[in-house]
Design a protein around this ligand. Structure first.
Ligand code: NAD
Length: 363
């Protein structure tokens, strides 16, 4: 198969591209605008492979998208290109509306024109896989707010949409557009909604890499509000594997929720990172007094406006219908992630081109 991956230079997209090139015989066309979040260095391990091509294209550019479809004749599309950081969407929502909504619409239309002229056999194979987030569902009851013996709900595929931030609202809009293109035009689409990812090649504005890098430099580790927000963490390579299962085995018109069964409060995540850092990169090796812990850097800051309290995914459909389950536990995945950041300082330096200094956004 020839797979067109949008946003393949980003965090999850690059994991998907590496997964396909390393584990399958398929070829990949990676279409990415290379915003601040896209970095071709994340693809060094596959860049020389004859089954891999990179195209610097904006998904809002109709003419260029038409050229890509006509030139490469892809069998499937995996659409990950997006503006993805909630704090940035609070500071400046315009790019989120443009890329996530207008860009997805433009890609859908280009894909539809291409799909309509395919022969019957190739038309039947074609899939448009839209990769989305669990944040479209809004938030869930928090363990601190309900009686101890209450079973806490999780997001199911049938959960109603109730997005809270400009980011999640723009993703919700794009999900609706994608489903409408199936219902109205018959375009064969599949949607996945996934929980928070973590792992290698994550841009350092997101909680886990930000905390690792700040800890290494002895800078404050910012905790929003009380740090009691709950997220359901999934190792990025488990997500890439799940997405490949969905594009190859998923059913047209279906939604699949993908999650890691790892509900953690943000403060727990940060303290666990500090423990791993204390072991792997003790502060006294960098001139601090003996027994200083990275947790001494934890600093509580004002909460994010509209901050969702809890996300949690019911991924039982992925398990039941596609026989998928994550391989990493939070403990093994987080250790791998810390180790990766400690040994890939060059990547971290290169992706921070000077325009972002890990400052607080979205207040
Ligand atoms: P990311 O910000 O790391 O990467 C996004 C990529 O899209 C970048 O390479 C960027 O250059 C590219 N891009 C942005 N605007 C573009 C445009 N107009 N045209 C072409 N390319 C453009 O994001 P990510 O964390 O890898 O997320 C990928 C997708 O998965 C997004 O759609 C996101 O909503 C979704 N998602 C992310 C998470 C998560 O925890 N990171 C969880 C669930 C779903």
């Amino acid at each position: 198969m020839k797979m067109l991956v949008t946003g393949g230079a980003g965090f999850i997209g690059s994991a998907v591209v590496r997964y396909i090139i390393k584990n399958t015989t398929n070829s990949v066309v990676n279409l990415d605008k290379l915003t601040y979040a896209g970095n071709v260095e994340s693809l060094n391990s596959v860049a020389g492979d004859p089954r891999y091509v990179f195209e610097k294209v904006d998904i809002c550019d109709q003419v260029e998208l038409d050229r890509i479809f006509s030139q490469y004749q892809p069998d499937v599309v995996m659409h990950l290109a997006a503006e993805s950081h909630v704090d940035r969407s609070i500071t400046g929502p315009a790019d989120f509306i443009q890329t996530n909504i207008v860009g997805t619409y433009t890609l859908l239309e280009s894909a539809r024109r291409y799909w309509m002229q395919l022969d019957k056999e190739r038309k039947a194979i074609f899939r448009f896989h839209h990769i989305s987030t669990d944040e479209v569902y809004g938030d869930l009851p928090h363990p601190d707010e309900v009686a101890a013996d209450t079973e806490l709900p999780r997001f199911r595929e049938s959960t109603s949409y109730c997005p809270s931030s400009p980011y999640s609202a723009s993703k919700a809009s794009s999900d609706h557009l994608v489903r409408a293109w199936l219902r109205t035009y018959g375009l064969p689409v599949i949607v996945t909604n996934c929980s928070n990812n973590y792992g290698p090649y994550h841009f350092p504005e997101k909680l886990i890499p930000l905390v690792i890098l700040n800890a290494l430099e002895g800078k404050p580790l910012p905790i929003y509000g009380k740090g009691d927000q709950v997220r359901d963490w999934l190792y990025v390579e488990d997500h890439a594997c799940a997405l490949y299962k969905v594009i190859t085995e998923g059913k047209i018109g279906e939604t699949y929720n993908i999650g890691g069964h790892n509900e953690k409060k943000n403060i727990e995540v940060v303290k666990t990172i500090c423990d791993i850092m204390d072991e792997l990169a003790p502060m006294h090796d960098r001139g601090y007094p003996v027994n200083t812990s990275h947790s001494s850097l934890i600093t509580y800051v004002s909460d994010r406006p509209g901050h969702d309290r809890r996300y949690a995914i019911d991924a039982s459909k992925m398990n039941r219908e596609l026989n998928w389950q994550p391989l990493e536990t939070f403990e093994t995945g987080l250790r791998k992630t810390v180790e990766w950041y400690l040994t890939n300082q060059e990547w971290c330096k290169h992706v921070q081109d000077g325009s972002y200094q890990r400052e607080r956004l979205g207040i």
